[in-house]
Design a protein around this ligand. Structure first.
Ligand SMILES: Cc1cc2nc3c(=O)[nH]c(=O)nc-3n(C[C@H](O)[C@H](O)[C@H](O)COP(=O)(O)OP(=O)(O)OC[C@H]3O[C@@H](n4cnc5c(N)ncnc54)[C@H](O)[C@@H]3O)c2cc1C
Ligand SMILES: *[C@@H]1O[C@H](CO)[C@@H](O)[C@H](O)[C@H]1NC(C)=O
Length: 437
């Protein structure tokens, strides 16, 4: 069967950013049989990385490949007929320029791409891009007006509808338990409920569950599930109105990122870092694989984050927005990245199996590309993907670390007894907070 054969039966496992965007682009190209299976009864899956109130759209990358792709994605996000009320172009304030090599490199890329950037070399300049009345302790950075944030749960849900409308099948509550193999090739999948789906091509897009759900692929070092701590603060209507026009912010020196409040006045923030792994011995070989611990595996307990992360995040909030540092956290969530050693994605055929494709390895930065990322997988499947891109995302590449947004050395093991309880959400007495004058 020719690789571009549009009658191929294609099965995609996972209806997150990678899977659903791939389905959408395959259908647009005329592939007639596209079936998406997701384990979750509710779609989009509440514990998927692609489901949240917001995800940042940052075109400031050190690597021009992603910067260019993000500008393409922004063009798509701006189309109100396709993505109504989803993209908010607040700009992205990159903190720490002058201190952080990644941010420096991203600034150079932005200049080369002709992005609308402005250097903010001191506190006064930073204050000037914030609404009057919002105080900050930040003292260095730059802003790119080409970016902001998207309502991720809404956009993923919309893309699932688009796939259904264009003739794709999307089935909830189909946990794929194993791949069916015939003649040394993947020939379909078997679900936990006993149903099977046979296909000419299977695309695994199971995000942070990939390495643990398919241990025989030995991806435990290439696609590591790392829990990232996220918290929210409930603002009053007045506070919400004051901070709403703030830019989205990220600082790669500290890892801190924060969004402006959404329409419900929920302020969300987190720390982009190595995160917490949850190693479990899996399979006959008892290989240690990091397994996501979430709402679906642990109920509400799966939302708790390590106590130490709450302290870090509160201190970082205090330097960013000192006037909000005394507020209790309303919710917490451990949200799982699928980390590769070089922070580049994995989109490629599984070695020596022409019927199996892996599309994952978001490394904490894939969501912003939802409208376009599946076009890469579609090019791969059609046999039209540029050789340099094939190499960049290959499953069996060398994964040589290059300019990265964080150091993996701060990855820790998740210890259930260190997880936060409700009393940890309340701030310590004011004297213990390092706030500015
Ligand atoms: C805290 C946090 C903050 C982030 N911030 C940003 C940001 O600001 N900007 C940005 O661009 N990106 C961001 N990201 C990264 C982005 O969210 C991810 O890269 C992207 O959503 C990953 O998509 P995915 O399809 O790989 O995984 P997911 O969205 O997790 O989807 C995987 C799907 O597979 C399903 N599944 C798993 N196993 C099976 C199975 N065996 N059978 C059937 N179905 C299965 C799951 O139910 C799920 O729906 C962030 C991620 C996190 C966790
Ligand atoms: C998808 O990729 C094809 C081929 O590379 C390209 O021609 C097309 O413009 C892309 N479409 C989108 C929406 O990015």
């Amino acid at each position: 069967m020719a690789s571009g054969d549009l009658s191929k039966r294609i099965i995609i496992i996972g209806a997150g950013c990678f899977g659903i965007s791939t389905a959408y682009h395959l259908l647009r190209r005329g592939y007639a049989s596209v079936t998406v299976l997701d384990r979750s009864a509710i779609l989009p899956a509440p514990d998927a990385a692609s489901t949240d109130i917001n995800r940042m759209v940052r075109s400031s990358y050190s690597d021009p490949f992603y910067s260019k792709l993000c500008h393409d994605a922004i063009d798509a996000w701006k189309d109100q007929s396709e993505w109504p009320d989803i993209y908010h172009e607040t700009g992205v304030l990159m903190g720490g320029v002058g201190n952080d090599p990644y941010t420096e490199a991203a600034y150079r890329t932005d200049l080369a791409m002709g992005a609308r950037v402005q250097n903010l070399p001191d506190k006064t300049k930073i204050q000037a891009v914030l609404p009057t009345g919002v105080r900050t302790g930040l003292f260095k950075g730059y802003i790119s007006r080409d970016g902001g944030w998207v309502d991720a749960a809404k956009a993923t849900s919309l893309m699932i509808s688009k796939v259904r409308e264009t003739g794709g099948q999307v089935h909830a509550e189909k946990l794929v338990r194993k791949l069916i193999r015939e003649n040394d090739k993947t020939a379909g999948v078997e679900c936990a409920d006993g149903t099977t789906f046979m296909g000419d091509l299977v695309i695994i897009a199971t995000g942070s569950w990939t390495a643990s759900n398919f241990p025989e692929m030995r991806l435990e070092e290439k696609c590591v599930a790392a829990g990232q701590s996220v918290v929210t603060v409930q603002l009053s209507q007045e506070e919400g109105d004051l901070y709403r026009t703030c830019p989205s912010m990220v600082n790669y020196k500290t890892g801190f990122y924060i969004f402006p409040p959404n329409k419900d006045n929920i302020l969300k923030m987190g720390k982009h870092c190595g995160g917490h792994i949850n190693p479990v011995a899996i399979g006959e070989s008892q290989t240690l694989v990091s397994v996501p611990r979430t709402l679906s595996s642990h109920g509400d307990d799966g939302l708790r984050v390590p106590k130490s992360m709450l302290h870090d995040i509160r201190a970082l909030l205090a330097t960013t927005y000192p006037d909000l540092a005394h507020k209790p956290f309303a919710t917490t969530r451990l949200c799982w990245y699928t980390d590769t050693p070089d922070e580049d994605w994995v989109i490629g055929f599984y070695p020596s199996d022409s019927s199996l494709v892996i599309a994952t390895g978001g490394s904490g930065h894939a969501y912003k590309f939802l409208p376009v990322i599946g076009n890469i997988t579609a090019d791969l499947v059609s046999g039209t993907l540029d050789p340099s891109v094939i190499k960049k995302f290959a499953v069996d590449r060398a994964f040589v670390p290059h300019a990265k947004t964080r150091s993996p050395s701060d990855t820790e093991v998740l210890l259930p007894h260190d997880l936060c309880s409700p009393e940890d959400l309340v701030p310590p007495p004011p004297a213990h907070l390092s706030s500015s004058d």
